[in-house]
Design a binder for this molecule. Structure first.
Ligand code: RTP
Ligand code: MG
Length: 141
C-alpha cells in the first residue's frame, strides 16, 4: 500500500472542547504521523478559498462562518493509505450517521460543527496541503 499525505483540520468546535490531544491520539493509534502542524484563526478569505469547491452550495456561508468562529489546528498526516484511513477515523459528515468510535461520533455535535476536516482524494490532498504549508514546513519522518 502506498505512503500518502493528507490534510487534516481540527475545526473550531473541537479546539474549543480541548480535544486536540485526544484527536491526535486517534491519528497516532492508526499509524498516521503528524508531519506538519500549525494553529490558525482563518480569515474569511482563507476559509472561502479553502472550501471554494462548495461555493455554490446552500450551506457555504454557514460553513465559512463556522470555520472562522475560532482557531483551528491544521496538520498534514502521513502513512499507509493516509487519505482513506483519516476519512475512516473521522466518520460520516453528519455525526448522527457516523459509526461508533469515530471522531465525529465521539466529538461532533452537528453537520455544521463536525470536529474535523480531511482531504477526500489524492488530488485534493495535494492542493489542500499546499494551501496551508510550504514544502519546507512538511517534515519527512
Ligand atoms: P470536510 O470537507 O469538512 O472534511 O467534510 P466532508 O468531506 O465530510 O463533507 P463535504 O461534503 O466536503 O462538506 C464540507 C462541510 O460542509 C458542511 N456541510 N453541510 N448542511 C449540509 O447539508 C451540509 N453538507 C455539508 C459540513 O460541515 C461538511 O463538513
Ligand atoms: Mg469535504
Amino acid at each position: 500500500m502506498a505512503i500518502e499525505r493528507t490534510l487534516s483540520i481540527i475545526k473550531p468546535d473541537a479546539v474549543a472542547k480541548n480535544v486536540i490531544g485526544q484527536i491526535y491520539s486517534r491519528f497516532e493509534g492508526a499509524g498516521l504521523k503528524v508531519v506538519a502542524a500549525r494553529m490558525a484563526h482563518l480569515s474569511r478569505a482563507e476559509a472561502e478559498g479553502f472550501y471554494a469547491v462548495h461555493k455554490a452550495r446552500p450551506f457555504f456561508k454557514d460553513l465559512v462562518d463556522f470555520m472562522i468562529s475560532g482557531p483551528v489546528m491544521i496538520q498534514v498526516l502521513e502513512g499507509e493509505n493516509a487519505i482513506a484511513k483519516n476519512r475512516e477515523l473521522m466518520g460520516a459528515t453528519n455525526p448522527k450517521e457516523a459509526a461508533a468510535g469515530t471522531i465525529r461520533a465521539d466529538f461532533a455535535e452537528s453537520i455544521d460543527a463536525n470536529a474535523v476536516h480531511g482531504s477526500d482524494g489524492a488530488d485534493t490532498a495535494a492542493v489542500e496541503i499546499a494551501y496551508f504549508f510550504r514544502s519546507s514546513q512538511v517534515f519527512a519522518r
